[in-house]
Design a protein around this ligand. Structure first.
Ligand code: NAD
Length: 243
């Protein structure tokens, strides 16, 4: 797979899954613009991307931040060919104790931001008759999880969003797909207790947590020409936890 002359925007690229996605794209010749929420993160991205791309500051919950970020990208790189909506957060609580803020911020980062980011890049993609949007959902969108009504709602929302947008833009050569990771070894899962990990592992037929590269491989496939006839679809990367 070759992504030479392709500009790829990866949100939440400083660490975890977003970083490995960015590094994998770069290894296939792409120009990657990776986003971080602060200057320290931008520096970090610039260090690992080197001359193959650029780190930019972006808060996906703020429309002005999205506008500014895309203007800067446009000046330096032109349009975005491929958008990976990877940024995400969790704020777990069971429903009876959940605060409005926990509900709202998880919906805002994981779902509303995907609407904002996709809307911001879609017109140039339509004009170019080419584009790829890949949304990072979660296995929790399929099976639910105690303490994650907010996260599950947001990540399930992404599936319907993806299918609808896929239908809207297919005739312009744009595909929109979803990757749903299972439990992946990143900062997002590092605070699970040993007991929780043991319990999760017992439900994963492959008997290990995934690593970010497992997810990145699926993202790269959806971004590639090899998947040009596949749209509105979901690849589950979860070791068999949900089939
Ligand atoms: P992570 O915490 O390492 O990375 C999340 C990234 O999102 C960070 O770089 C963070 O800065 C960024 N982010 C958070 N809020 C943002 C905002 N307002 N604006 C811009 N960026 C913001 O976690 P990860 O595991 O690498 O998660 C990446 C994606 O994968 C997320 O969407 C997550 O929901 C999803 N996911 C992760 C797992 C897992 O087990 N780790 C499982 C399923 C899905």
């Amino acid at each position: 797979m070759i992504f030479i002359k392709k500009n790829i925007l990866v949100t939440g690229a400083r660490k975890g899954i977003g970083r490995i996605i960015s590094e994998l794209f770069v290894s296939y010749g792409a120009t990657v613009i990776g986003t971080a929420t602060d200057e320290g993160g931008v520096k970090n991205i610039n260090m690992y991307l080197g001359s193959k791309g650029k780190g930019v500051c972006l808060d996906v919950t703020k429309q002005y931040s999205i506008n500014f970020c895309l203007q800067e990208i446009h000046k330096e790189f032109g349009h975005i060919d491929i958008l990976v909506n990877n940024a995400g957060i969790t704020q777990d609580n069971i429903l009876v104790y959940m605060k409005d803020d926990e509900w709202k911020s998880v919906i805002d980062v994981n779902l509303n931001a995907v609407y904002r980011m996709s809307k911001a890049v879609i017109k140039p993609m339509i004009k170019n008759h080419y584009g790829r949007i890949i949304n990072i959902s979660s296995v929790v969108s399929m099976i639910g999880n105690v303490g994650q009504v907010n996260y599950a709602a947001a990540k399930s929302g992404l599936i319907g969003f993806t299918k609808s947008l896929a239908k809207e833009v297919a005739s312009w050569g744009i595909t929109v797909n979803v990757v749903t990771p299972g439990f992946i070894d990143t900062d997002m899962t590092k605070n699970l207790t040993d007991k929780q990990k043991e319990n999760i592992l017992s439900k994963i037929p492959i008997r290990r947590f995934g690593n970010p590269k497992d997810v990145a491989n699926a993202v790269v496939f959806f971004a590639s020409d090899d998947s040009s006839y596949i749209t509105g679809q979901t690849i589950h990367v979860n070791g068999g936890m949900y089939m």
